[in-house]
Design a protein around this ligand. Structure first.
Ligand code: CTP
Ligand code: MG
Length: 252
């Protein structure tokens, strides 16, 4: 809807904050098949900027984040530089890493490019443009606060009644208070996540998120309650919702 983009460099709380201990890994290497736009959903316009710009700006402003790795297809690297990075006056160093065949392989590539001297990594889907600085900080703070944790993920409580179904037959109605829907960012101690990715690769395990890789090794991961705003753009109709939410934020 052509809303002009805000000046991305207007307010930069926490730039060069001491104690920034986190490398953000933003995965943008998917092909967006369900979304179906030939440009790839990470590049479609959202309030005047390519969609992936919004999550990059949020991590750039987050005080806990020292640097950012953007994972994208090697064929898209020039486009990311020209249409995304060069249009945002980012305060933090940004590096590109090549994506892989699966999301898991893309995260691994980003992890390998993340510096060893930053103890935490925040893995985020570029397809979640509505992430806010406060949510990033809450997930990082949760990991920092408890030595026994391998990680913390943003998640929301299930609001629907859930059914376990075989074929078309309901076999159970589990107590929904135990069920949460996982989002990103998912923040981990770098060494824990790297060990989990190496084990998954060795054992041929494919997870649908990063926490599941850590959980299967017995690592403790907690949830940090998030909001329903932090949607993943998957289908074309998700874009209108994201646009409405961003416009509301830009106006208030
Ligand atoms: N992703 C990635 N590398 C892949 C696959 C996915 O970096 N090989 C990224 C996507 O760019 C996205 C995030 O992982 O930011 C979440 O994945 P998803 O929403 O499934 O995006 P796509 O895989 O692009 O979409 P689809 O599954 O519809 O093809
Ligand atoms: Mg996918």
């Amino acid at each position: 809807m052509g809303t002009p983009a805000p000046a991305p460099c207007a307010a930069r709380p926490g730039v060069a904050a001491s104690g920034a201990d986190t490398c953000a890994v933003i995965v943008a290497g998917g092909s967006g098949e369900r979304f179906g736009d030939p440009r790839g959903k990470q590049f479609v316009d959202l309030c005047g900027l390519p969609l992936m710009s919004w999550s990059i700006m949020a991590f750039d402003r987050a005080p806990s984040v020292a640097r950012i790795v953007v994972v994208c297809a090697p064929d898209h690297a020039a486009q990311v530089e020209k249409d995304v990075l060069s249009r945002l006056s980012l305060a933090k160093p940004v590096e590109l890493a090549p994506s892989g065949e699966t999301r898991q392989a893309s995260v691994r590539s980003g992890l390998d490019a993340s510096p060893r001297d930053l103890p935490l990594v925040a893995i985020h889907d570029a397809a979640r443009p509505l992430i806010e600085v406060e949510q990033i900080e809450a997930a990082v703070a949760a990991v920092r606060a408890d030595e026994a944790l391998a990680g913390a993920i943003l998640a929301i409580r299930s609001v629907d009644t859930l059914k376990l179904v075989e074929g078309a037959t309901i076999v159970a109605t589990p107590d929904r208070s135990f069920y949460w829907a996982a989002q990103t960012p998912q923040v981990f101690r770098r060494r824990s996540l790297l060990a989990a990715h190496k084990a998954a690769e060795r054992e041929g395990y494919q997870g649908t998120d990063d926490a599941s890789l850590v959980e299967r090794l017995g690592g403790r991961v907690r949830v940090v309650e998030s909001t329903r705003d932090n949607i993943k753009i998957t289908l074309p109709e998700d874009l209108a919702l994201a646009e409405a939410t961003l416009e509301r934020r830009l106006l208030t």
